[in-house]
Design a protein around this ligand. Structure first.
Ligand SMILES: CC(C)(COP(=O)(O)OP(=O)(O)OC[C@H]1O[C@@H](n2cnc3c(N)ncnc32)[C@H](O)[C@@H]1OP(=O)(O)O)[C@@H](O)C(=O)NCCC(=O)NCCS
Length: 176
């Protein structure tokens, strides 16, 4: 009869402690890392390297990078909507596949929530593709943490895209 083991508990105990995660505003130096994280995320439209560099410089106040021991392991890019000053729009979120499931996504959104409040924004918006449960749950978790309502409506229908892009549902969270 094989001895019974508790493999999960044992491997957790043997694993070295996870490096501390720091959530910070990005700078232009992070642009290349954000591009790599977006490329490897699996679910994201990959934009040009130059666009991430520019984003890190010009929208640093509404974006965050997560670092583990100095290495970029996640990011959120966002901006304040020019026609809706009380709304911070989250453009892309990515966490390195090796670091998923550690609440880094939610913690980065909390950083974005802080930025939103600093700017006087009461709402956070994003779009999600219908099958992206991880993303939907991450935003739901953020809304719960703020005790804020979350509304999901039609965002961008697939015919608006030039390729075979899925539709994007709009998520609006707030008032924060
Ligand atoms: C979406 C993403 C950023 C989540 O990052 P993460 O750090 O792993 O997420 P968290 O650990 O903070 O988990 C947040 C919530 O999502 C849930 N979740 C995480 N991964 C999940 C998965 N694969 N399936 C279902 N739920 C999942 C968690 O259980 C948690 O929910 P809870 O608070 O109700 O327990 C990450 O999966 C990713 O980079 N995906 C690819 C890119 C992407 O889809 N980006 C979003 C669209 S812009």
């Amino acid at each position: 009869m094989p001895t019974s083991h508790a493999p999960h508990a044992a491997s957790r105990a043997e694993r070295p402690p996870e490096p501390r995660i720091r959530i910070e505003a990005p700078s232009a130096k992070d642009g290349a890392d954000l591009w790599r994280l977006a490329r490897d995320a699996g679910e994201l439209d990959l934009n040009s390297p130059y666009s991430y560099l520019l984003w890190c410089r010009d929208f640093s106040g509404t974006s965050v990078v997560a670092r583990a021991g100095g290495q970029a392991v996640g990011f959120v890019t966002g901006y304040r909507r020019p026609d809706s000053a009380e709304t911070l729009f989250v453009w892309q979120v990515a966490v390195d596949p090796a670091y998923r499931g550690q609440r880094i996504g939610v913690r980065m959104l909390m950083g974005i929530g802080d930025a939103a409040k600093r700017l006087g924004c009461r709402y956070v918006e994003a779009t999600v593709t219908p099958g992206n449960d991880a993303s939907a749950r991450m935003f739901a978790s953020f809304a719960r943490a703020h005790g804020a309502p979350l509304a999901r409506t039609e965002g961008f229908e697939s015919t608006l895209f030039p390729d075979n892009h899925q539709p994007e549902d709009l998520i609006r969270i707030g008032p924060l």
